[in-house]
Unconditional design. Structure first.
Length: 269
C-alpha cells in the first residue's frame, strides 16, 4: 500500500508536467519539460538461512521490498523548435539551441527565446523595443534598444545591426541585436512568461564566461520575419500521458486490492 500510495503521488506530478507542456504547445519559443523517476528506499529480505546453490536460477534470492518511485528531476529540454514565417519585421527566430535574447526588467537581465517584439513609448518622441510582457530588449552594449518615433519598418543586417526605416525613406541604425550563447542551459531558472533567470555563478564556483557569452545576432543565428514554435511534440507527449495514466491506474487497483485484503484479514475471527 505504501509503495502504491507514494508512486501515485509522484506520477501525478509527472502528469502535471505533461499537461503543462501541452498547455504551452502553441506558445512561441516555449521549451518543454521532461520528468524522470527513480526508485525510492527499498529493503532486501533474504528468507533463506542457508545459502542455496545457484543452479539455473536467473533471479536474485530473497524479496525486494520497496517504497515506490519518486520524481528524480524535471529537466528543461532545449531542442530547436520549428520556424514559422510570420512576415512581421519585429519577429526574430533563433535557429540554434542554447541561444537566447537578453531582456531587462526592473534592472535585472533575463533570457528568452520568444522573439516577438513590440514598440512601447519610452520618452517624448521615442519608442523602445519590448517583449509582449514589457521587458526591454537589450543591444550588444547591454542598453535598451531605442527607436525613433518616425520609424515605419525595420531591417536586420547580416552583421546583426538593426536598422529603422523612417517616414522620409532614410535608414538609421538603432543598435546591434544581441544573442546570448548559453553553454550550460540546465543552470537557467525558469521564472515564467518564457523568461529564464541567469544563475548566481559565484555560488556555483563558476565565472559568467563559463555559463554564457554574448555575440551579435548574425543572419546565421537569427531569421527576421519568423518565430520559433515550441519544441513540444504532441504525439510524444500524448504517448507519455497514456503511459503514466496506465501506471497510475495500476497502482490505484493495487491500493484498492490491498485494502480489500486487509479488510478480509481484520474480519477473521
Amino acid at each position: 500500500m505504501i509503495s502504491s500510495t507514494v508512486s501515485m503521488g509522484q506520477l501525478q506530478q509527472g502528469i502535471d508536467t505533461i499537461s503543462h507542456n501541452l498547455a504551452n504547445m502553441n506558445r512561441t519559443g516555449y521549451q518543454r519539460r521532461e520528468s524522470s523517476f527513480a526508485d525510492m528506499l527499498y529493503q532486501q529480505v533474504n528468507n533463506q538461512t542457508v545459502p542455496q546453490p545457484e543452479g539455473t536460477r536467473y533471479t536474485p534470492e530473497g524479496i525486494r521490498v520497496g517504497t515506490g518511485a519518486g520524481l528524480a528531476q524535471t529537466a528543461m529540454r532545449f531542442e530547436q523548435g520549428s520556424i514559422h514565417q510570420s512576415g512581421r519585421s519585429l519577429d526574430f527566430a533563433l535557429t540554434q539551441p542554447g541561444q537566447f535574447f537578453p531582456v531587462e526588467r526592473d534592472g535585472e537581465t533575463y533570457l528568452t527565446r520568444d522573439g516577438a517584439f513590440y514598440l512601447t513609448e519610452s520618452a517624448a518622441g521615442a519608442w523602445q523595443l519590448v517583449t509582449r510582457n514589457g521587458e526591454a530588449l537589450l543591444d550588444a552594449d547591454g542598453n535598451a534598444m531605442t527607436v525613433p518615433g518616425e520609424a515605419v519598418d525595420f531591417t536586420l543586417q547580416p552583421d546583426g545591426t538593426l536598422n529603422a526605416q523612417l517616414n522620409d525613406g532614410t535608414e538609421v541604425a538603432i543598435g546591434t541585436l544581441s544573442v546570448a550563447n548559453v553553454s550550460k542551459p540546465q543552470l537557467l531558472e525558469a521564472i515564467g512568461n518564457n523568461l529564464f533567470a541567469i544563475p548566481d555563478v559565484d555560488a556555483l564556483d563558476l565565472a559568467i564566461g563559463d555559463v554564457l557569452e554574448y555575440e551579435a545576432a548574425t543572419s546565421e543565428s537569427v531569421v527576421q520575419g519568423a518565430l520559433e514554435q515550441s519544441n513540444v511534440d504532441m504525439a510524444m507527449e500524448m504517448v507519455k500521458l497514456m503511459e503514466m495514466q496506465r501506471l497510475y491506474s495500476m497502482h490505484s487497483r493495487s491500493l484498492s486490492q490491498s485494502d480489500q485484503m486487509m479488510g478480509l484479514v481484520n474480519s477473521l475471527r
